[in-house]
Design a protein around this ligand. Structure first.
Ligand code: SF4
Ligand code: SF4
Ligand code: FES
Length: 500
């Protein structure tokens, strides 16, 4: 493995590693726009210039260099700094600098780089070039004047999704992005990634454009629960409402963390998002590969399934819905054990910890138990998996496969009391509306009609701690904010009551 020195820091990396990535591993951030690990190198923005000692041409674009043994790289050289400043001056000449209304403000590479390496004064005082805005796809708008023409979006659509849809027309100063909406309309599941891949605020998610500044939102680094792959995502919430799901590894996050912290380049992102314990979970190499994208279902469709969620608890006794507190819910739930024939149905959205507690409950109270059958869809050969639930594999390991016999008996009314832990009836092929029993504990997103017992609005995967077994591998999920109660607390209290 080649060993090299970057700004005096020694680092050993795999043969063929890109210099920008090698530098990150050494804790040195080389500013870049057009480079992206998932895309072919374009080397056109010239932001990543560095000095390589002994090279025939000493100032080179780092993105176009693969590391070699005994390389000595200087990213802080005076000439390099001057060139960076000039690149930024040119980019800013016709830029609207509308940061106060730009949704990317606070996580924009033009802002960050200008702050750290940009010119102190401007020399050009002529007219600004105006280009306007264009709709790119259903949820995406392009603000052309903010674009730094890095062509990441062009290359992503051409080389990754292979749909095309954005091209650069003309050359030099006249260069402009041209949109082919028909190509994007029939595009793949991954078009939404151009928003995160864009290093500035040019490509904007319309649904989340006018949210508060990025640094004011609560954030969690967790895993998408929309299929059994479990992509790494950043979930953002504002005032107790989840507002956005995006890829973790967009370059702005890294840049921001590096530039505004004293720590090394790559690690602080984890520290800042969720606290120290998350660091061990994601490996450096993995983050630079497929975890940099998510599918559009994970990015947008979760809204359809998970909202609105009511956070009150209800007693459903006597055919009326009455608000209750958590202690009353715990008390009422003990009635589950008063009946002889009991069944527990568990969503594949439940965490392993919840499933273990429910399995224990079933064993200790001689209740029948079954996993609920998940919704299935088309596997798309990139990320999206057939099973559209996060923990079907974990459920099969802990509880066993779906028991259609138990489900049919619940439908027939063969059980006196049923504990149904769902995640919105639209997320399973079995809905709580089918339950026939004297007493039921319904934990779900949608309150059922005409059932007797209690209704507890389920916490969604972005609101809780726990583990899911994605593709056979356990991954930890984290809440973006604190909820009033957790299902684990309820199940734990029910188990303790049985043990007394
Ligand atoms: S829209 Fe964004 S990603 Fe596309 S070329 Fe412009 S700056 Fe780059
Ligand atoms: S492929 Fe899509 S739905 Fe599946 S985990 Fe990744 S982002 Fe979520
Ligand atoms: S990142 Fe190297 S030239 Fe753009």
């Amino acid at each position: 493995m080649p060993k090299l020195k970057i700004d005096g820091r020694e680092v050993e990396v795999q043969q063929g590693t890109n210099l920008i990535i090698a530098a990150l591993k050494a804790g040195v951030y080389i500013p870049h726009y057009c480079y992206h690990p998932l895309l072919p190198v374009a080397a056109q923005c010239r932001m990543c210039l560095v000095k390589v000692e002994g090279a025939p041409k000493p100032i080179v674009a780092a993105c176009n260099v693969t590391v070699d043994r005994d390389m000595i790289v200087d990213t802080k050289d005076q000439q390099v700094q001057k060139l960076r400043e000039i690149v930024l001056e040119l980019l800013l000449q016709h830029h609207p600098v509308d940061c106060p209304v730009c949704p990317r403000s606070g996580e924009c590479d033009l802002q960050n780089f200008a702050y750290n390496w940009g010119p102190q004064t401007k020399r050009y005082d002529g007219k600004r070039r105006l280009k306007g805005w264009k709709r790119v796809a259903k949820n995406i708008v392009l603000f052309k004047e903010r674009c730094v023409l890095c062509t990441r979006c062009v290359r992503f659509l051409r080389d990754y999704t292979k749909t095309g849809g954005i091209e650069v027309s003309r050359r030099g100063f006249a260069s402009d992005l041209v949109i082919f909406p028909e190509k994007l309309a029939n595009g793949s599941n991954y078009v939404g990634n151009i928003i995160d891949i864009c290093p500035v605020g040019a490509l904007v998610d319309e649904a989340t454009s006018y949210l508060p500044r990025a640094w004011r939102m609560e954030k969690a680094l967790t895993h998408c629960p929309m299929c059994e792959r479990g992509c790494t995502v950043v979930v953002e919430a504002w005032k107790g409402k989840i507002v956005r799901v995006k890829t973790f590894d967009n370059t702005s996050d890294k840049a921001e963390d590096h530039l505004y912290s004293e720590k090394d380049a790559i690690q602080p992102a984890y520290y800042q998002i969720n606290g120290i314990e998350e660091i061990g979970e994601l490996s450096y190499d993995k983050l630079y590969t497929q975890d940099m994208i998510i599918c559009d279902i994970g990015r947008w469709d979760w809204r359809k399934f998970f909202f609105p969620r009511d956070s009150n608890l209800y007693s459903l006794e006597n055919g009326t819905k009455e608000k209750i507190d958590f202690d009353s819910a715990v008390k009422i739930s003990q009635r589950f054990f008063d009946f002889d024939k009991k069944a527990i149905l568990v969503t594949p959205y439940a965490t392993n910890e919840e499933m273990i507690l429910l399995k224990t409950l079933a064993q200790k109270s001689s209740a029948s138990i079954s996993l609920l059958p998940p919704i299935e869809g088309q596997e798309d050969g990139v990320l999206l998996k057939k099973v559209r639930a996060p923990n079907f594999i974990g459920g099969k390991n802990i509880i066993g496969d779906v028991s259609y016999e138990v489900l049919q008996n619940v439908e027939k009314g063969a059980f006196d009391s049923v504990l149904y832990y769902g995640m919105g009836s639209d997320k399973s092929k079995f809905s709580p509306q089918k339950i026939k029993s004297n007493f039921s504990i319904i934990i779900d997103l949608i309150p059922p009609e005409g059932l007797s017992g209690i209704f507890i609005p389920a916490t969604i995967p972005y609101e809780k701690h726990g583990t899911y077994t994605f593709e056979g591998k356990e991954k930890r999920i984290y809440p973006v904010y604190k909820t009033k109660f957790s299902e684990v607390d309820l199940f734990q209290k029910m188990v303790s009551a049985l043990e007394r």
